[in-house]
Ligand binder design. Sequence first.
Ligand code: AKB
Length: 315
Amino acid sequence: MKRIMITGALGQIGSELTVRLRQVYGTDAVLATDIRQNDSEAALGGPFRLLDVSDAAAFGETVKEFGADAVLHLAALLSATAEYKPLLAWNLNMGGVLNALEAARELRCQLFTPSSIAAFGTGAPTIATPQDTIQRPLTMYGINKVSGELLCDYYFHKYSVDTRGLRFPGLISHSAPPGGGTTDYAVEMYEEAVRTGRYTSYIDKGTFLDMMYMPDAIEAVIQLMEADASRLKHRNAFNVTAMSVDPETIAASIRAHLPNFELTYRIDPVRQAIAEGWPDAIDSTAAREEWNFRPVYDLDRMTEDMLVHLQAKAA
Ligand code: AKB
């Protein structure tokens, strides 16, 4: 049975991915790691190790001791935090990817690294943004993501490391909260709709961004990691998306269930500028053709599921 190690396991993606991987591969076959340890670790229900991904020696030792066949490297600072702390973002995001790549090269592991819609920027088409196009992001996070994509390609071509990756859109989930991202507003809107019936958005109406529901993101990671390598022409950084929405579109979907939901705006110039530099809607044809990516949740189906879960939590 495949043995898998995850970094950033207590984060928004990691906490759900760890639980799902343990259902698929077995509890003890999945090692969760994170720089912090808190109450939510118990919910992951299996082996856990503290790991600072910027410590190269500790990274390599942890992979070796566990005997991992695959590393899913999720630990990173997100776009808004990276804009406030660019040097920390460079050191943590790039150091982490390099340490993951080196461990995968030395110990012959498969490696998954998430990229993002942030990897696009000035000059790229904003509608149906192609898989292969100009990538000149103006944010530190975007620069980290493009550099990570290129490094993963480099390790594949030079050392035959089996690197794979997805360009994630904003991910919406009801369990672990996101933190420090630009697309976090979408998750907050659902939470506040249930909690108070109103939300003040820091992203302006008419600002469209790609989003995807977490269950689709989790299945996409597993599907890509299991995909037949001979079919992968791109390997790293596949565009994946399930919907393109702005705050008003999400609010309308919420109002189908909570008609009195109120949406107002107080724009955060930093996160608004980041969002405006990203595509409105990316094209995921390569992922569909090369490994059968098929998201299940559209906006309304996701809204229904989010509200059911959040209302159950609030009860
Ligand atoms: C962020 O907003 O920073 C992330 C992302 C789209 O990469 N959710």
